[in-house]
Design a protein around this ligand. Structure first.
Ligand code: NAD
Length: 490
């Protein structure tokens, strides 16, 4: 297989604590694999509970240090801006690292990195706009509120958009004056470690951003349960999110959860086909479908359903599958062999229950792809309601399509899930678009484009898709707490 630039050296990484790269207390480490070849590309430390304690201590000392605590908020914003600049300066390196580690097409990885510097630049401007209020009270009194940082915030990130999803919480946390400990997913720790290095180069004081690597069940759990952690930002699966809520319950720690989804896309008969078909394709197979907001539940008006599926099947057939690092690749491998097997099991369950894939359903035949965790983009028409591909978040390149005659029926099917993350609507009828958007039970609805988000627009799930909100102006308030001050002036 032609894999330009694939000759990556197996680099040794350290934990990032107190402004420096350090080994784990146990000196143990594990390999990070390239999902396209299953070959090791790096070694990272397996942190211990002592390392967790050391990272939290380092963040606590940095939080109490006047160099950070008393820093003019405008200068704090300037540091975030400079970190954005560092990310711009290391754009290619970060994109290649992310593409190689996750397996995602390099063009998608470039999009992720561009999103990350925009996140830091967006929240840079907010650092000196976190303000309180004066509140009218009776008599000779002055009442005002201030918003103060929480302290040490813990961030647990998943493996599908490692740098982007870590930065989505870290940028507002730092803008508000907190200090951070990040635990990236154990499969994808590389860009998180690089981010900490770039933060030092941007001029953040040591200890403001720390990164520990290791298994979630031990190190992630150890971090969120640590007595000196003041808030938790978690992005990952709904099941882990629920466990985590139980872990923090005893300490009543503010927690934000961004979890899974089973997201509908509703296509009306008047939709522009030349936009909606690629929208369905991109919504289902971007990042090999490993997206919380994958539009994996396609609802097509019956007047257009067969023409739509014919066009979609054609476009799927022409997708180029390969290593993400290859510029021409449109869909890369899945993150790990185990995960590919789980996705294949969900596909097999659909087939066993009588659904016949219109496309895919198995790994590609190409010998060059055999060592990687590849699966073909898969499309089911009308799978049984009880099948896993119909109901569960498969988290792979699997799309299920149904046709509908009546809009109420489509909305009911769209909402018939424990999740409520995002939804797409395709129509040229503006009135209908707004009315459907109002009836969909999801935190995010997009019309005539899917999926789409910006640092300035809220990202949040309803129902079992989450708790709290990321992105936008409001997200920064999560990283502050209000203090009310009342002064008797008599
Ligand atoms: P996961 O829940 O297995 O892991 C997420 C993170 O939690 C990892 O860093 C992991 O090491 C850590 N972790 C695992 N067990 C833990 C524990 N007991 N205590 C503390 N930390 C623990 O999820 P994943 O497989 O990495 O990611 C896929 C999931 O993430 C999907 O369900 C997807 O929908 C969801 N996701 C949601 C969003 C969103 O914004 N809503 C974005 C991306 C991914």
């Amino acid at each position: 297989m032609d894999r330009p630039g694939a000759q990556v050296v197996e680099q040794e990484y350290g934990l990032f604590i107190g402004g420096a790269s350090v080994p784990s207390a146990s000196r143990a480490s594990s390999s990070v694999l390239d999902p396209a070849t299953s070959r090791p590309i790096a070694r990272v430390p397996s942190a211990t509970h002592d390392d967790v304690a050391s990272a939290v201590d380092s963040a606590r000392s940095a939080f109490e240090n006047p160099a950070w605590r008393d820093l003019d908020p405008s200068k704090r914003g300037r540091l975030l801006w400079l970190l954005g600049q560092q990310i711009r300066d290391h754009f290619d390196e970060l994109a290649r690292l992310e593409s190689q580690n996750v397996g995602k097409p390099i063009r998608e990885a470039r999009g992720d990195v561009a999103y990350v510097y925009k996140l830091f630049e967006y929240y840079a401007g907010m650092a000196d706009k976190i303000q309180g209020a004066t509140i009218p009270v009776p008599g000779a009194r002055l009442d005002y509120t201030v918003r103060e940082p929480l302290g040490v915030t813990a961030h647990i990130a998943p493996w599908n958009y490692p740098l982007l999803l870590a930065s989505r919480g870290i940028a507002p946390a730092l803008a508000a004056g907190n200090t951070v400990v990040l635990k990236p997913a154990s499969l994808t720790p590389l860009t998180g470690l690089k981010l900490a290095e770039l933060a030092m180069a941007a001029g953040f004081p040591p200890g403001v951003l720390n990164v520990i690597t290791g298994p979630g069940r031990e190190i992630g759990a150890g971090l969120v349960s640590h007595a000196d952690v003041d808030a938790v930002t978690f992005t990952g699966s709904t099941d882990t999110g629920k466990q985590l809520l139980r872990m923090v319950a005893d300490r009543v720690v503010p927690t934000t959860l961004e979890l899974g989804g089973k997201n509908p896309q509703i296509v009306l008969a008047d939709a522009k086909m030349d936009r909606a078909v690629p929208g369905a394709l991109w919504g289902a197979y971007q990042n090999a479908g490993q997206m919380c907001w994958a539009g994996s539940k396609l609802l097509l008006h019956r007047d257009i359903a067969s023409a739509f599926l014919a066009k979609l099947t054609n476009q799927i057939a022409s997708m180029r599958i390969g290593a993400g690092i290859d510029d021409s690749t449109q869909m890369g491998p899945l993150i790990s062999r185990e995960h590919a097997a789980t996705v294949q099991a969900a596909i097999d369950d659909g087939i066993e229950r009588g659904a016949k894939p219109l496309a895919g359903g198995h790994p590609p035949d190409a010998p060059a792809l055999r060592e990687g965790n590849f699966l073909l983009p898969t499309l089911f028409e009308d799978p049984p309601e009880e099948s896993r591909v119909a109901r569960e978040e498969v988290f792979g390149p699997v799309l299920s399509a149904w046709s509908f005659a009546d809009l109420d029926e489509a909305i009911e099917r769209a909402n018939d899930t424990r999740y409520g993350l995002s939804a797409g609507v395709w129509t040229q009828d503006v009135g209908k678009a707004h009315s459907i958007a109002r009836r969909l039970k999801a935190g995010m609805v997009s019309v005539n484009e899917y999926p789409v988000t910006f640092p300035q627009t809220p990202f949040l799930g309803w129902k079992e898709s989450g708790l709290g909100q990321e992105q936008g102006v409001d997200a920064i308030f999560f990283y502050t707490r209000v203090k009310n001050v009342l002064v008797n002036l008599e």
